[in-house]
Write a protein that binds this ligand. Structure first.
Ligand SMILES: C[S@@+](CC[C@H](N)C(=O)[O-])C[C@H]1O[C@@H](n2cnc3c(N)ncnc32)[C@H](O)[C@@H]1O
Ligand code: SF4
Ligand code: SF4
Length: 522
């Protein structure tokens, strides 16, 4: 199952995050062979992952790491923190403006002016050529800070016209700004919609500030939901792609989100992103302090599964900081402080960005081709066995991270229909002190992935491997630097063969049915 490797040697892209030449080198070393070249298959016909999307929609989502699960392995995004104020209060939100070490929505290291933000975007785009999307997601609400938000878009659309513009809003002010959003060619808008019933909303929002007046309770929630629905309809009428974020809050809106899903689907939303509540006492939020828990990974997956019909569900959201930079799941914001950016001599080279991205497309096509070929080996397979597999990766759709360096694991469900991305587990959310000591780290990771049958890694030491095996998790390094989905399918096929030969008993290892509910999300 050797995979195609593409040479990017002709394009100098320092620090671009996904260094395909490095992958090539690592793979050659791992296989103990001297080859390091070979060109990937060229993209032919429809793009990898296009499925049955209309061409104009595909054009909008194909390089967007949030709107396309497949693109998120290859393309990066960045947020600029130009919008500090907010016009509502959510019981789960506490914004921090000078915080380097927390990774959750609403925190940033520093607030930026639109001019600083525009320079930062150029600096990041020149350093990370696969950065295709600029989002404004706070730390407050972009539309509660409209001058700063639209000034930032104006500056960027002039200097970096190939970058897609996004914003994320609670929706209260949205109807007032839809025309401006359309004028700036912002073709991706996220609205956070946690309820369509004011009784539910009153438990989530203590107040809103609307037309110079503060509203509370049911009245506040009713105004908010009316404005959200109106804004969503206005955007979709204009052909602007809308993603809806919903925070799953067990006991408050978990069952209700099925109704929210129906309401937003019927108003033309493109994607629904049901995210787990992040809630800890040290965040100082109402929910953090009153002990409101977030959902388990299994509860989240069950709700996402139940909403998955005609509407796409996003399962790869990383609940990023409002100043995140890089591939989803990595954060390179510390490299781009205002001080560092202002000292950078930036040259925006559109042509070399395009050249780099066309090679990324070749790698992406090769990934899709490899998956398709492997899938054919399951043709006619009737088994109803399903297993979860955790994967250590740092991007490019490959198994290319060392077990000990992984800060998150991507989770795939393997079944007779193939490999399906179903989520990720951030190791820090499972850390309860002692992080850094090897034993504690292993325990933390095992808690995070203990419903998985196997974990795929580029490399793993003997001790952690033994600990994983003792916990019933197969530690697998034989797919090092191979494509993830192709490897998941290959493993699954061997797994079925082993069941049939009697070499293993399904359920002996950590399969999802046996371990359901065994681990609790933070
Ligand atoms: C920080 S907000 C900024 C954009 C805008 N104000 C909004 O709420 O949509 C970005 C996203 O993070 C989510 N968020 C904030 N705090 C959260 C938490 N504690 N748990 C889960 N999601 C959270 C919000 O619901 C929203 O979808
Ligand atoms: S609307 Fe967004 S920024 Fe405002 S309180 Fe809620 S989550 Fe925080
Ligand atoms: S928070 Fe989710 S939707 Fe927003 S940039 Fe991060 S991954 Fe994408």
């Amino acid at each position: 199952m050797a995979s195609q490797i593409i040479s990017l040697a002709s394009i100098a892209t320092p620090n671009n995050g996904v260094d395909l030449d490095e992958i090539m080198q690592q793979k050659a070393e791992h296989q103990g062979c001297g080859t390091s070249g070979g060109s990937g298959k060229a993209s032919c016909g429809s793009g990898a992952g296009q499925g049955d999307l209309a061409p104009e929609i595909w054009e909008k989502v194909k390089n967007h790491p949030c709107y396309s699960e497949e693109a998120h392995h290859h393309y990066a995004r960045m947020h600029v923190a130009v919008a500090p104020a907010c016009n509502i209060q959510c019981n789960y939100c506490n914004r921090k403006y000078d915080c380097a070490n927390e990774s959750r929505p609403g925190v940033v290291s520093e607030k930026l002016t639109p001019e600083q933000a525009a320079k930062k975007v150029l600096a990041v785009a020149s350093t990370i050529p696969q950065m295709t999307v600029l989002g404004i997601a706070g730390p407050g609400d972009p539309l509660a800070n409209p001058e700063k938000t639209f000034k930032t878009f104006e500056l960027i659309s002039k200097t970096a016209p190939d970058i897609k513009l996004c914003l994320s809003t609670n929706g209260l002010a949205l109807p007032d700004h839809v025309d401006t959003i359309a004028r700036f060619n912002v073709d991706h808008v996220t609205i956070t919609i946690n309820m369509v019933d004011a009784n539910v909303g009153a438990q989530i929002y203590p107040w809103i500030f609307y037309k110079n007046k503060r509203y509370k309770g049911r009245e506040a929630a009713q105004i908010l939901t009316d404005r959200q629905m109106q804004g969503l309809e206005m955007l979709t009428e204009r052909g602007i792609l809308c993603k809806v974020n919903s925070v799953m809050i067990p006991g408050i809106n978990d069952h209700h989100l099925v109704e929210v899903n129906r309401a937003v689907k019927s108003r033309g939303a493109f994607l629904h992103n049901i995210m787990p509540l992040i809630s800890a006492p040290e965040h100082g939020t109402v929910f953090g302090l009153n002990g409101q828990r977030g959902p388990t990974a299994q509860e989240l997956k069950a709700l996402q599964d139940s909403c998955e019909g005609e509407m796409n569900m996003m399962r790869h959201c990383r609940q990023c900081r409002a100043d995140a930079v890089g591939l989803l799941g990595e954060d390179r914001s510390a490299e781009f402080t205002t001080e560092a950016v202002m000292a950078m001599d930036v040259e925006y080279d559109l042509e070399s960005r395009k050249a780099y991205q066309s090679l990324v497309e070749q790698e992406r096509q090769a990934t899709a081709d490899a998956k398709r070929a492997e899938l054919e080996t399951l043709a006619g397979e009737q088994s109803d066995v399903k297993i979860l597999i955790a994967v250590a990766t740092k991007g490019s759709g490959r198994v290319n991270e060392h077990f000990g360096h992984a800060t998150e694991f991507q989770i795939y469900e393997a079944s007779a229909s193939g490999a399906k991305f179903v989520g990720h587990r951030r190791v820090d959310l499972y850390c309860q002190g002692g992080y850094g000591e090897e034993e504690a780290l292993e325990t933390t990771i095992i808690r995070a992935i203990n419903d998985c049958t196997a974990v795929f890694v580029a490399k793993i030491g003997g001790c952690p491997k033994a600990s994983l095996e003792a916990a019933g998790i197969d530690a697998v390094d034989r797919y090092a630097f191979e494509y993830i989905e192709q490897s998941v399918i290959a493993y699954y096929r061997d797994y079925l063969d082993n069941i049939r030969s009697g070499a293993i008993v399904h359920g002996q290892r950590g399969d999802a049915e046996i371990r359901q509910g065994a681990y609790i999300a933070a």
